[in-house]
Design a protein around this ligand. Structure first.
Ligand code: KIV
Length: 272
């Protein structure tokens, strides 16, 4: 596929797989509203993920556990309206796919139908989840999988690097292969040692997308407010802030405040 052709049309699941085969790195960021969706799409990302991280960065919860299907639908539909080119993936929230295969199909199908997204993301690699992923892909729902630190399990895993022990690492490799065999089209690897991410990336033919998993993954994802420096006080070692929008926003709003208080706004140029 010519690069110019892909630049003109929507990215497909096949394009995502081909990027790995062609040795090209994939770029993934989160977005939660139409304004940022338009901007990140115009910046040329491959995948826009409507992460359930919105529980933390949009709603101010201390985890993703309280996020609901309807919140994901609301934000997913807004992002879909802003994205013309990138693949749009919506995170399935806690308890929307774990209870049974049937409820997973109904909830994932509901999210795809109501948002117009291209795919959904689910966390974990237990036998139950792998069976559910197989069922979902069989009915035509494309699945982005997620291993390592899976935030919906923060209460049991703790927020720490996963897969340091050999037995844990071997199990993660097996789970990654099982998710690929079940039909997942890509896999997020979050907070795992770089060598383990390298091993999983080499063993899979689907792309791995890292976050806090070192440089060997097929692509990288960051949470947009973190990348933009909007999420003050959140600075894990893996995070590179590409802007300081927190300062930009505070400076702009404080300049507006000064103008309003001094009578400098509205001025002649900006009144009706
Ligand atoms: O919810 C989210 O934003 C995510 C990414 C960190 C991968 O799952």
């Amino acid at each position: 596929m010519a690069e110019e052709e892909v630049a003109q049309r929507r990215v497909t699941i096949r394009d995502i797989g081909k990027l790995k085969k062609d040795g090209k790195k994939l770029v993934v960021v989160t977005a939660y509203d139409v304004l940022f969706a338009r901007l990140v799409d115009a910046a040329g990302v491959d995948i826009v993920l409507v992460g359930d991280s919105l529980g933390n960065v949009i709603n101010g919860f201390d985890s993703t556990i309280r996020v609901t299907v309807e919140q994901m639908v609301y934000h997913g539909a807004a992002v879909r309206r802003g994205v013309r080119r990138a693949l749009v993936v919506v995170d399935m929230p806690f308890l929307s796919y774990q209870a049974s295969e049937e409820s997973a199909v109904l909830n994932c199908g509901h999210v795809l139908q109501q948002t117009g997204a291209d795919a959904v993301k689910v966390e974990g690699g237990s036998e139950d989840i792998v069976r559910t992923v197989a069922k979902l892909t069989k009915v035509g729902i494309p699945i982005f999988a997620h291993l390592g630190f899976t935030p919906q399990s923060v209460r049991t895993l703790g927020m720490r690097v996963q897969g340091r022990e050999k037995s844990e690492a071997d199990r993660m490799v097996d789970e990654a292969k099982a998710l690929e065999d079940a039909g997942a089209f890509a896999l997020v690897l979050e907070l795992i040692p770089s060598e383990l991410a390298q091993r999983i990336t080499a063993e899979l033919s689907i792309p791995t997308i890292g976050i806090g998993a070192g440089p060997h993954c097929d692509g990288q994802v960051l949470v947009l407010p973190d990348l933009l420096g909007l999420n003050e006080g959140f600075s894990p070692k893996f995070l590179k802030k590409y802007a300081d929008l927190a300062t930009t926003v505070k400076d702009a709003v404080s300049a507006f405040g000064e103008d309003v208080r001094s009578g400098g706004y509205p001025d002649a140029e900006h009144s009706n």
